[in-house]
Ligand binder design. Structure first.
Ligand SMILES: [Zn+2]
Length: 417
């Protein structure tokens, strides 16, 4: 028996509807740009079937998702996948920041920007900002600075906005130190980081603005994780089209493209320039020190049913229950009609609010009905993808366990402080 939630927050449902609409728009914009006969990845995401039927599943936490559809896994251009990847990656990074801070390590957040010229392309700036950060972390002076301030490593996230003077790529950087820094040492870190960044930017023929440079201590592990990993999450999309100093996000451009052809062209320029760019980059020393394996790829993090289909025992990391339920099965004709009528988000909302009956009522309102009754069809033997919780606390998985990270930091302190 599925206990669906009737009080699921409306703004969450509204956000999902908006993300589905924006994904449709991105798919059309990118397809038109490429002038393809075959729809591209974003255009197929959440629309094209991978088998004969499409299913709707709900879970006890109040979520719902489709099974049997393609997923594009594009963090830069698909609002649906970007939201899932950002949420799940935040949880991944938080497993690390939590263990690091619990063990007494320090965590600092810096914003690094590059002053751009209005004629510079998104592509050129993407490479300039990434190269500058690489250069800032090279050479003997960086090694000495790390030793002096007890820096274990960094994680950087690449972000981009668009403002009056064009593209504005910037980096959000998390700095892991072996111990919390005194106020004076934190000032030292800020000054040294600015010196390294500004000289690295000059070496890649750019300029930067000290006023746009900030360094502050992360108040909590989750604040630190969100600082680098939240990009593209629902909240970002929800902020709406606004023009502040930082300019418009790419989702703002996508929204504006409905009435503004220039915004659509900018979105396509951005999509082309950022294709294949890494969302998060760990400095090598950090991953190696904490014994971290490669982070999970975007495509894997974007999969449906990835996290919500299991209840995890936080002590052991074991899956203790799989309390999901299938509420609807659509044949191909019904699914095609659902896509034409743009009902995908409404179906998930109906599934959450009222299960099978609500989905059937919605379909009947739009004059369509699936041949299949989910209550009568046997559920297939579905094997969900691995859960990030299991991965996080599995020795063979992404991050080491909390105690492993803590032990690594203790050893580091004995050797370095
Ligand atoms: Zn997608």
């Amino acid at each position: 028996m599925i206990d669906t939630q009737t009080d699921f927050p409306e703004d969450v449902l509204h956000l999902r509807k908006e993300r589905h609409e924006l994904r449709d728009r991105a798919g059309v914009l990118l397809d038109t740009a490429a002038d393809r006969s075959e729809p591209g990845r974003v255009a197929r995401c959440g629309r094209r079937r991978t088998g004969p039927t499409v299913e709707v599943w709900v879970n006890p936490e109040g979520g719902a998702h489709f099974r049997g559809l393609e997923t594009c896994g594009s963090i830069w251009t698909c609002p649906v996948c970007a939201s899932k990847i950002a949420t799940r990656r935040t949880a991944e990074v938080e497993a690390l920041t939590q263990a690091h801070m619990t063990a007494g390590g320090g965590l600092y957040m810096a914003t690094l920007t590059l002053r751009h010229k209005s004629f510079q392309s998104a592509r050129e700036l993407r490479w300039q900002v990434a190269r500058a950060w690489e250069k800032a972390q090279q050479g003997g002076a960086w090694v000495r600075l790390k030793a002096d301030l007890g820096i274990i490593g960094t994680v950087r996230a690449l972000e981009v906005t668009h403002g009056k003077s064009g593209w504005h790529p910037h980096l959000h950087v998390l700095i892991f130190t072996g111990a919390k820094l005194s106020e004076r040492r934190q000032d030292d870190l800020e000054a040294a980081l600015w010196a390294r960044w500004s000289s690295a930017v000059r070496r890649v023929d750019g300029t930067c603005d000290e006023k746009a440079f900030h360094l502050r201590e992360a108040s909590t592990a989750s604040a630190g994780a969100a600082y680098v990993a939240k990009w593209g999450a629902g909240q970002e999309i929800a902020k709406g089209a606004h023009k502040d100093a930082a300019g418009q996000s790419v989702w703002d451009l996508l929204k504006a493209s409905e009435h503004d052809a220039r915004a659509g062209r900018l979105f396509v320029e951005f999509a082309t320039a950022f294709k294949g760019a890494r969302h998060l980059t760990y400095a090598r020393g950090l991953r190696e020190w904490y014994g971290l394996r490669d982070p999970l790829p975007d495509e894997e993090l974007a999969l449906e049913g990835y996290q919500h289909s299991e209840v995890i025992d936080t002590e052991t990391g074991e899956i203790i229950a799989q309390e999901t339920g299938r509420v609807a099965v659509f044949d191909s004709g019904t699914w095609n009609r659902v896509i034409r009528l743009k009902l995908t988000a409404d179906i998930l909302s109906a599934a959450i609010k009222g299960g099978t009956e609500a989905v059937e009522f919605l379909l009947s309102q739009h004059d369509c009905h699936s041949y299949f009754d989910a209550r009568e069809m046997p559920a297939p033997n579905y094997k969900p993808p691995p859960s990030p919780h299991k991965r996080a606390f599995d020795p063979g998985g992404g991050f080491g366990s909390m105690s492993e990270v803590m032990a690594a930091l203790k050893t580091w302190k004995e050797n370095h402080l």
